[in-house]
Every structure is written in structure tokens, then in C-alpha cells.
Design a protein around this ligand. Structure first.
Ligand SMILES: NC(=O)c1ccc[n+]([C@@H]2O[C@H](COP(=O)([O-])OP(=O)(O)OC[C@H]3O[C@@H](n4cnc5c(N)ncnc54)[C@H](OP(=O)(O)O)[C@@H]3O)[C@@H](O)[C@H]2O)c1
Length: 280
């Protein structure tokens, strides 16, 4: 059987690093490990027997995206699994968040994922097969104070991915959205800007923001376990791949809580909702 090729964004630390390291150890699997700075990928050297391509990729740079995808095609003939993992955070109240910083987060979390996917889709359509794994968050389903714009970026990933799945499903392309709760990565630390409130009305949220920073690297989630689960789902359960996969107990609990309450709510307002239509 031909090797499968995995293309992963943001493999310097966190989920991307854990997944790249796991994929690099599997038989019959090629790895395109991308990062803004490939000198951070030395951890892959011990597994490299010619099946690994390290490629510079800042997902906000469309030229680098097309170069990386072309390099993957040249070396391995195609891309079977795209992992859109690269992402950053932003903590701050809605009113006080810095517009440029938030726009940059959208450039990474939303447009980076979109542009990378658009670059890879022609290869997958030509192959009549492929799997796209998009990193959202439980924050793509459930919202907390001081994360409004992070939620906005991840809810965007959810909607885009769900619609895309319906467009490409019968072309042999699967889409899976990953929704982790807190995992031990660099996300809550160096990868998230924090803007403490200065408006007295919002002072009560200062602890949320400072607490997230202090909690970095103490989260319940283990990125190595996440990597194994994602690899197993894509490799051994592709036919029944879930569109949404919360990872971590907190993510699962929050998703069930939200959808249980929302279901009851939508049922309670069903008649009111329907009353907005023209009489049939
Ligand atoms: N950890 C959690 O609790 C958690 C929970 C839910 C969802 N997530 C999501 O998981 C994904 C991975 O984050 P993580 O938790 O593994 O955090 P992480 O350890 O901080 O990793 C983030 C990765 O994204 C890369 N990155 C940032 N900006 C980039 C850009 N412009 N172009 C390419 N790569 C870029 C970083 O590269 P550099 O080293 O160059 O900065 C790094 O490799 C993100 O989408 C995040 O939103 C994380």
C-alpha cells in the first residue's frame, strides 16, 4: 500500500509538535512538518529516514503556503491528511481588546486555516480522497468572558468546517473539527496576548486573565494522548470520522451541557420561531 502523507501546521510546540512526533514514528507515513522557524524541528531528526520534509510556513503568508504545498507534492506526490493546527489566543474584554491584535488572531486562526485548506483542496480533489482536521476549541462551541474574539475565530472555524464538509463529502474528502479543553501546550502562555482591564466596570475579570496565564502548562489535557487519538481516528476510523471531536473531559462536559440546554431552549421557543413565517 502507498504511504500516506500528513501535512501539519505549527509543529514547533504543543499539539502540532506532539502530532508530528507521533506521525514521524509510524510506518508507511510521510510527514510534512511545517513551522515558522524550522530550526525548532530538531526533535524530528531521530525519526527521519527520508520520510520527513521540514518546511517553513507562516500561515498568514499565502506565498509560503503555496510553496509548502508544492514542496509536499514534489516530494511525496500529494497530501492525504491536512492538520490545520497553528493558532493563537487573545484574552481581554470585548470593549477593551486591541483591534489590530484581534485582527491578526483572525488572520492566523481563520484565514491561515482557510488559505492552507484552499491550497491543499485541489490535490485532494484530484486524488478523490483526503482528510482535513481543523483545530477549533471547546471555545468554538462554548463562550467565556474575556475570550470573545478568540471564540469568534473558533466559531468561524466551526461554521466554515461544517459547510466545507457538506461540499466535499461526496468528493471523498472528510473533515473533522477538534475541540480541546485546556491542554499542556504554550497556548495559554506565550501564544496568547493578554490585555488586563483598565475600565473599573471590568476589573472583576482581571483574575480570569491572570489565572489563565498562571495556569499555563498545568492544564488537564495531554497533547500526546490527543495526538494518538487524532492519528487513530484518521487512520483506523476514517469511514465513521466524527465531524466534531471534543477532547478532554471538560470539553466533553461543556459541549453536552451547552447542547442539552440549547436543545431545551429551541424546543421551548419552537412555536414562537415558527410564528415568524408567512401562513402556508
Ligand atoms: N492548548 C489548549 O488548551 C488549546 C485548547 C483548545 C484549542 N487549542 C488550539 O490548538 C491549536 C494549537 O495550539 P497549542 O495549544 O498547541 O499551542 P502552542 O503550543 O502555543 O502552539 C501553537 C503553534 O501555532 C504556531 N503558530 C502561531 N502563529 C503561527 C503562524 N502565523 N503561522 C504558523 N504557525 C503559527 C506556533 O508557532 P511558533 O512557535 O512559531 O509561535 C506553534 O507551533 C491552536 O489552534 C489552539 O487554538 C488549544
Amino acid at each position: 500500500m502507498a504511504n500516506t502523507t500528513w501535512f501539519i501546521t505549527g509543529t514547533s510546540t504543543g499539539f502540532g509538535h506532539a502530532l508530528a512526533e507521533y506521525v514521524a514514528q509510524q510506518d508507511g507515513v510521510n510527514l510534512v512538518a511545517t513551522a515558522r522557524h524550522t530550526n525548532q524541528l530538531g526533535y524530528l531528526d531521530q525519526y527521519d529516514h527520508g520520510q520527513i520534509l521540514r518546511q517553513t510556513l507562516d500561515v498568514t503568508d499565502r506565498h509560503e503556503i503555496s510553496t509548502a504545498v508544492a514542496a509536499a507534492k514534489d516530494k511525496f506526490g500529494g497530501i492525504d491528511v491536512l492538520i490545520n493546527n497553528a493558532g493563537i489566543g487573545y484574552f481581554g474584554t470585548f470593549e477593551e481588546s486591541d483591534r489590530d491584535a484581534v485582527a491578526y488572531m483572525f488572520a492566523v486562526n481563520v484565514w491561515g486555516l482557510v488559505d492552507t485548506t484552499r491550497a491543499v483542496l485541489p490535490l485532494m480533489r484530484a486524488q478523490h480522497s483526503g482528510t482535513i482536521v481543523n483545530f477549533s476549541s471547546i471555545g468554538g462551541l462554548y463562550s467565556f468572558p474575556t475570550l470573545s474574539f478568540y471564540h469568534g475565530s473558533k466559531y468561524a472555524v466551526e461554521g466554515i468546517s461544517e459547510s466545507l464538509a457538506k461540499e466535499v463529502g461526496d468528493l471523498g474528502i472528510k473533515v473533522m473539527i477538534i475541540e480541546p479543553s485546556g491542554f499542556r501546550t504554550d497556548w495559554a502562555g506565550r501564544s496568547s496576548q493578554k490585555k488586563l482591564p483598565t475600565i473599573p466596570d471590568y476589573q472583576k475579570f482581571a483574575d480570569n486573565i491572570e489565572g489563565s496565564a498562571k495556569g499555563a502548562h498545568h492544564e488537564a489535557g495531554d497533547p500526546h494522548k490527543a495526538a494518538q487519538i487524532i492519528f487513530d481516528q484518521v487512520t483506523n476510523h476514517r469511514e465513521t470520522l466524527p465531524l466534531r471531536l471534543p477532547l478532554g473531559k471538560f470539553a466533553s462536559d461543556m459541549a453536552i451541557d451547552k447542547y442539552t440546554k440549547e436543545l431545551a431552549h429551541f424546543k421551548a421557543v419552537r412555536d414562537l420561531s415558527a410564528s415568524a413565517d408567512q401562513p402556508q
